[in-house]
Design a protein around this ligand. Structure first.
Ligand code: GUN
Length: 292
C-alpha cells in the first residue's frame, strides 16, 4: 500500500510555482495577484482563506483579502465583485463559500468575470471544462487529477466510482475522469439514492469519495488493489484537540488502507492539493493562459 502524500506533493508544486513566479518577476513581469472575499465568520471558511493567503506568500504571489460582515446586502457584495472584475491589478479572485442565506451564491458566482474565475465555478468555465476546452478547472478535482498523474496511477479504461454529485467535486470529477485527455476512465457516479452503491464500489479500480459522511467507505466495499481518494473533511468533535475537533474523511482508513494499492489520508491528502491548484489557476490567470 502506498500512502499518497498530498502535503509533500503540494509543497513541491508550490515550490515549482514560486520558481516560475520569480522567473516572471526577474524578466520584468509583475507578481500574480489573487484576491479573496470572505463574508462573515464561518470557522471552516476562516481557516481556508487564511491558508489561501499563506499559500500565496509561499508562491510569491500578491494577495488581497476583503472581509465583510454577514449582514451585508447581496447588492453590496455584487458591487465588490464588479470592482474586482474591473481591477486590472487583480489576476483572479474567489468569493469564499458558503455565503449567508440571504445572498444567492449562484448570482454571485455568475457576476464574477469568467476570465478571473480561478475557482472555476462560473457556468462558462464549467461548460468549457465539460467539453474539454481550455478553462479554469475547479481546485479539488484538479488536485485529484494531479495526484493521480504524479503517482502514475493508471486510470485509462479503469472503472472509477465517484461518490457524491456536488457541483464543486462530484460532477466536475466525473466529467474529468471520463474525458480522454484526463482520466479516460469508465465513470460511475453514486449518491445518497443509489441502490447499487456498494456493488459498484466493490468493482471499482478507483473510488473517489466526496459525500461528507465520516467512515462511509468500509473494507467490505473495496476491491483489493484499488486506489482510494478521500475528499471528506467533516469536522468531528474531539476533546483531545486544542481546536475541539478533528477532520474525518469519508473512508474507514484503518480497515480500508491495508487492502489498497494507493490511498489518500485525511488530513494531508486531497486537502493541501486543493489550495495548491488554486495557486496554479492564479498563475495561469496572470499568464492569460486560457483567456485574453
Ligand atoms: N468553500 C469550500 N470550498 C471552496 C472553494 O474551493 N472555493 C470557494 N470559493 N469556496 C469554497
Amino acid at each position: 500500500m502506498t500512502l499518497i502524500d498530498g502535503k509533500a506533493t503540494a509543497a513541491q508544486i508550490k515550490a515549482e510555482i514560486k520558481d516560475q513566479v520569480e522567473k516572471m518577476v526577474s524578466s520584468g513581469g509583475r507578481r500574480p495577484h489573487l484576491a479573496a472575499i470572505l463574508v462573515g465568520h464561518d470557522g471552516g471558511s476562516e481557516t481556508y482563506v487564511k491558508n489561501k493567503v499563506l499559500a500565496c506568500e509561499a508562491c510569491g504571489f500578491q494577495s488581497t483579502l476583503l472581509r465583510f460582515e454577514d449582514d451585508i446586502t447581496e447588492a453590496f457584495l455584487l458591487e465588490q465583485v464588479q470592482k474586482l472584475n474591473e481591477d486590472a491589478t487583480v489576476d483572479g479572485f474567489i468569493v469564499q463559500l458558503p455565503l449567508p442565506r440571504h445572498i444567492s451564491e449562484q448570482k454571485v458566482i455568475e457576476a464574477i468575470d469568467y476570465r478571473k474565475d480561478v475557482d472555476g465555478f462560473h457556468p462558462i468555465n464549467v461548460g468549457r471544462m465539460a467539453i474539454g476546452l481550455p478553462c479554469y478547472i475547479s481546485a479539488t478535482p484538479k488536485g485529484i487529477l494531479e495526484l493521480l498523474r504524479r503517482y502514475e496511477i493508471p486510470t485509462s479504461g479503469r472503472r472509477c466510482v465517484i461518490l457524491g454529485r456536488s457541483n464543486i467535486v462530484g460532477k466536475p470529477m466525473a466529467q474529468l475522469m471520463m474525458q480522454k485527455q484526463y482520466g479516460d476512465s469508465t465513470v460511475i457516479v453514486c449518491h445518497s439514492r443509489s441502490k447499487t452503491l456498494k456493488e459498484e464500489c466493490r468493482q471499482a479500480d478507483i473510488i473517489i469519495a466526496a459525500i461528507g459522511h465520516p467512515g462511509f467507505v468500509t473494507a467490505d466495499m473495496v476491491k483489493p488493489g484499488a486506489t482510494i481518494i478521500d475528499v471528506g473533511t467533516t469536522r468531528v468533535p474531539d476533546a483531545t484537540r486544542k481546536s475541539g475537533f478533528r477532520l474525518s474523511g469519508d473512508v474507514d482508513f484503518e480497515h480500508v488502507a491495508p487492502l489498497c494499492d494507493y490511498i489518500t489520508p485525511v488530513p494531508g491528502g486531497v486537502g493541501p492539493m486543493t489550495i495548491c491548484m488554486l495557486m496554479s489557476n492564479t498563475l495561469s490567470a496572470a499568464r492569460k493562459e486560457y483567456y485574453d
